[in-house]
Design a protein around this ligand. Structure first.
Ligand code: ADP
Ligand code: MG
Ligand code: MG
Length: 251
């Protein structure tokens, strides 16, 4: 589904990603862990087409298409969903209108007519239950005055509505209490099928108690320096990142 080869990217001439290689197949959950500042958010930003970053080398193939040549909105329509570390508030735009516009954009891309009012309401109802989203939140402006937990839950709701091929969750766990964490994780787990994939970016192991990764990577100084099974996350919980830094810095 996703193949990243030798990806280099910089911001204002400062190189952040220094040769990322990653292969994500249908049905897989990947965790990307790593110390702060190692480039995790930069990787998700580059995959979704954030114009702040400049790609200087490498390629990214998604669904057989050259992702780096696609506009950010086409990447979304193609089935990439990014859950931000810091969700934005959109005052004056109701959740309902926001979601309907997003869904219709995706449908247009696939050559489909806009969703009917009754189908849309049915979908909203179904997906709200999915993530246990309070109906009152759905009637408010997007994220406006939402607590941290509500924003995250709202994002998983948006993800459920859009049904992406590849979801990238960037530090979805930061600032969540244990109940919100469990609900977010259970939403993510319920959305998982054999035909989609998920990249969970997290500094801590905690989220991975709830979302079980198939493969765990460590990103450090803009490169994936270690790849293993779920046991690697447990080892990092135990030993921290210093041993990896020492191993790599000694090379
Ligand atoms: P992580 O998500 O792993 O904590 P980031 O991708 O956020 O790491 O950051 C990687 C590096 O890129 C850091 O050194 C950070 O300071 C730098 N960086 C990220 N965003 C910007 C920006 N907008 N301007 C300048 N430097 C940035
Ligand atoms: Mg960070
Ligand atoms: Mg980050």
């Amino acid at each position: 589904m996703l193949t990243i080869k030798n990806l280099h990217a910089n911001i204002n001439g400062k190189e952040i990603l220094r040769g990322i290689n990653l292969q994500v197949n249908e049905g897989e959950v990947h965790a990307i862990m790593g110390p702060n500042g190692s480039g995790k958010s930069t990787l998700s930003a580059v995959l979704t087409g954030n114009p702040l970053f400049t790609v200087t080398e490498g390629e990214v193939i998604f669904n057989g298409k050259n992702l780096l040549e696609m506009a950010p909105e086409d990447r979304s329509r193609e089935g990439i969903f990014l859950s931000f570390q810091y969700p934005v508030e959109i005052p004056g735009v109701s959740m309902t209108n926001f979601m309907r516009a997003a869904i219709n954009e995706h449908r247009k891309y696939k050559g489909m007519d806009p969703i009917s009012a009754s189908d849309f309401l049915k979908l909203m109802r179904e997906k709200k239950e999915f993530v246990e989203l309070d109906s009152k939140l759905a009637n408010r402006s997007v994220n406006e005055g939402f607590s941290g937990g509500e924003k995250k839950r709202n994002e998983i709701f948006q993800m459920a509505m859009l049904d992406p091929k590849l979801s990238i969750l960037d530090e979805t766990d930061s600032g969540l209490d244990i109940d919100a964490l469990r609900i977010v994780a259970s939403g993510v787990n319920k959305l998982k099928t054999d035909h989609n994939a998920c990249i969970v970016i997290t500094h801590y192991q905690r989220l991975l108690d709830y979302i079980k990764p198939d493969i765990v990577h460590v990103l450090y100084k803009g490169q994936i320096v270690k790849t293993a099974g779920p046991e690697l996350a447990l080892e990092l919980e135990d030993r921290g990142y210093d041993w990896i830094k020492q191993e790599i810095d000694a090379q």
